[in-house]
Design a protein around this ligand. Structure first.
Ligand code: HPA
Length: 276
């Protein structure tokens, strides 16, 4: 079997298993990042499927991430949420990280909403801010689109025009205004982790034009963009990477700030979904 045939077989088996559990047809996919799990509170659940039951699905190793798909209605829209995501630092390949996105697409997804925790580089930001991602820098040592290309999924050389949907960006700003939420915006730089950055690296990334830095999102977004999904993405700024004002940063700090900010992001995303 060719690389693409193997991939299709795995995808078909994963999709068939989920379909055997529910015939629910989601159109909006949501990837819940660090500390953002309770975004699901507003969902009228139709079905849940544990990752470890789905053939070929990677299994999350990070304790702060549950591992299941949640299918249901959020503000009247049919959504599928990934509660728990996969990071390159856990040892997954970029293809493995992208696999769930391909599965979501096969189930009917047209729009992908992504959230993450990130370190702020823009000195106008502060911990607890929410940043609308307008663009990204792929600083990972790879790309899930490397390898044989399935032309039915997307182009061999996808252009990177409007990866983050402009209409949805306007929608997010509108909703933020209604909710009296200060919404920052900027460029997300994705890299491997698991180390946070040195002062020299924060300085360099700021010089590159990044406003925030984190360890996820870019691989999933590349796969979702390849398959022509509309993408809306947010970072919770959990800590600041200011090279001249460095201080210790623990996982507890990151998760604590993400949890405190989570209700704001939850309402923002729910408000956006309602208007989609
Ligand atoms: N750097 C990288 N990833 C992160 C950070 C950071 O400072 N904060 C949260 N995720």
């Amino acid at each position: 079997m060719s690389e693409i045939e193997v991939f299709h077989k795995q995808l078909d088996e994963a999709t068939a298993f989920i379909r055997s559990q529910t015939d629910f047809k989601p159109t909006i996919g949501i990837i819940l990042g660090t500390g953002l799990g309770s975004l699901v509170d507003g969902i009228e659940m139709v079905a849940t499927v544990d990752y470890d039951k789905i053939p070929h699905f990677p299994v999350s190793t990070v304790e702060s991430h549950a591992g299941r798909l949640l299918l249901g209605h959020l503000r009247g829209k049919a959504v599928i949420c990934m509660q728990g995501r996969f990071h390159y630092y856990e040892g997954y390949s970029f293809q493995q990280i992208a696999f769930p996105v391909r599965v979501l697409k096969a189930l009917g997804m047209e729009t992908l909403i992504v959230s993450n925790a990130a370190g702020g580089l823009n000195p106008n930001f502060k911990p607890g801010d929410i940043m609308l991602i307008k663009d990204h820098i792929n600083f990972f040592p790879g790309n899930p689109l490397i390898g044989a290309n399935d032309n039915q999924w997307g182009d061999r050389f996808p252009d990177m025009y409007e990866v983050y949907n402009r209409h949805y960006q306007s929608l997010a700003k509108e909703v933020a205004l209604e909710q009296k939420l200060r919404l920052q915006e900027g460029v997300y730089l994705g890299l491997t982790g698991p180390c946070l950055e040195t002062a020299a690296e924060y300085r360099m990334f700021r010089g590159f034009g990044a406003d925030a830095v984190g360890m996820s999102t870019v691989p999933e977004v590349l796969a979702a963009h390849h398959q022509h999904n509309k993408i809306l993405a947010f970072s919770i700024i959990t800590d600041m990477g200011l090279p001249d004002a460095m201080h210790p940063c623990s996982l507890e700090d990151v998760i604590g700030t993400a949890s405190r900010t989570e209700p704001l992001l939850r309402d923002l995303i729910a408000g956006c979904v309602e208007k989609m």
